[in-house]
Design a protein around this ligand. Structure first.
Ligand SMILES: C[S@@+](CC[C@H](N)C(=O)[O-])C[C@H]1O[C@@H](n2cnc3c(N)ncnc32)[C@H](O)[C@@H]1O
Length: 289
């Protein structure tokens, strides 16, 4: 039987006894992350609020989530608000995630765009909601490996996320053994990374190919070069349908008309009434503006 939400028992998480997560606390936090990041938290996700925000409360010298909610409403609490939003995002990612989009890039999309853009010699790829950067570094490694001629073009790899903290990690390009074990073929690891203590750092010339930017999908997009290819994967899944539609319409307006959009494996434009046309390249699903 479901326990009514406002009767959750007090629990001990990370050695900290948390009072019942009351409706006011849940409503405040879920409204904050919905308004600022578009992320929808259902009541069944109350445990996420507790497990992710108790450490934020503690780091800020606060004893409970109720105290955190009070502190979030004080003037000058923008940094605390940002920490809460960042703590509530999910940063799961990996090199060559889902594989097929990278096969489509290599076998079809990049060769096609190299031909079409041969006069202007310019190509822009945008990895949105890039988390710690594995996606954009995968794209950079594919380009270096298979299309080295593009290194002489106006090649822009832009990677953006809402979280400044995760972008700092992405910029550093340092990954632990577990992270490099996920999806990255050993020859690519040895060729493109240097050992950094017990971790691995992607080489500087690859890091330099990428421009990292803070971009919140909920806000108007900043001025940027018109992307030919957009990766927008595994982020719309957290948003309400009307927000997905708004974001996809904004992306549609800004892309090259003959470009390509990739969404995550569990995401689609279906039922969202947006102008993208679904298409299949090999085993990859992508969308044409
Ligand atoms: C699950 S990761 C996906 C990473 C990568 N795109 C992939 O597919 O492997 C989701 C990312 O979306 C970011 N995010 C969440 N809400 C966002 C928003 N409103 N604007 C921009 N990025 C957002 C999070 O910070 C997180 O890094």
């Amino acid at each position: 039987m479901d326990v009514p939400f406002d009767h959750l028992q007090a629990r001990r998480i990370n050695n900290m006894t948390t009072a019942t997560l009351n409706n006011h606390t849940f409503d405040f936090i879920s409204n904050l992350v919905r308004n600022k990041a578009a992320i929808v938290l259902e009541p069944s996700k109350a445990y996420l609020i507790e497990s992710r925000l108790n450490p934020v409360a503690r780091e800020n010298g606060l004893d409970s989530l109720e105290q955190l909610v009070t502190a979030l409403q004080r003037p000058g609490s923008q940094k605390l608000n940002q920490s809460v939003i960042e703590a509530m995002t999910t940063n799961e990612t990996s090199f060559f995630r889902d594989l097929h989009p990278f096969d489509a890039l290599r076998q079809t999309i990049i060769p096609e765009l190299i031909q079409k853009r041969s006069k202007e010699r310019s190509l822009t790829i945008w990895s949105n909601a890039c988390s710690s950067g594995q996606e954009v570094y995968t794209i950079a490694m594919v380009i270096r490996e298979y299309f080295p001629e593009l290194l002489g073009w106006k090649l822009k790899l832009i990677a953006s996320d809402l979280s400044t903290q995760i972008l700092d990690k992405a910029r550093q390009g340092i990954f632990n053994q577990t992270e490099v074990n996920r999806g990255l073929p050993m020859p690519m690891l040895l060729k493109n990374f240097e050992k950094k203590g017990i971790a691995w750092q992607i080489k500087e010339d690859i890091r330099k190919m990428v421009e990292f930017k803070v971009i919140n999908l909920v806000e108007p997009f900043p001025f940027m070069p018109t992307p030919d290819i957009v990766f927008l994967r595994n982020v719309l899944i957290y948003f309400a349908p009307e927000m997905k539609r708004d974001i996809l319409n904004k992306v549609h307006k800004m892309m090259k008309p003959d470009g390509y959009l990739f969404l995550g494996g569990a995401e689609t434009t279906m039922n969202l009434n947006v102008a993208f046309e679904r298409t299949q390249i090999g085993k990859a699903i992508c969308y044409k503006p």
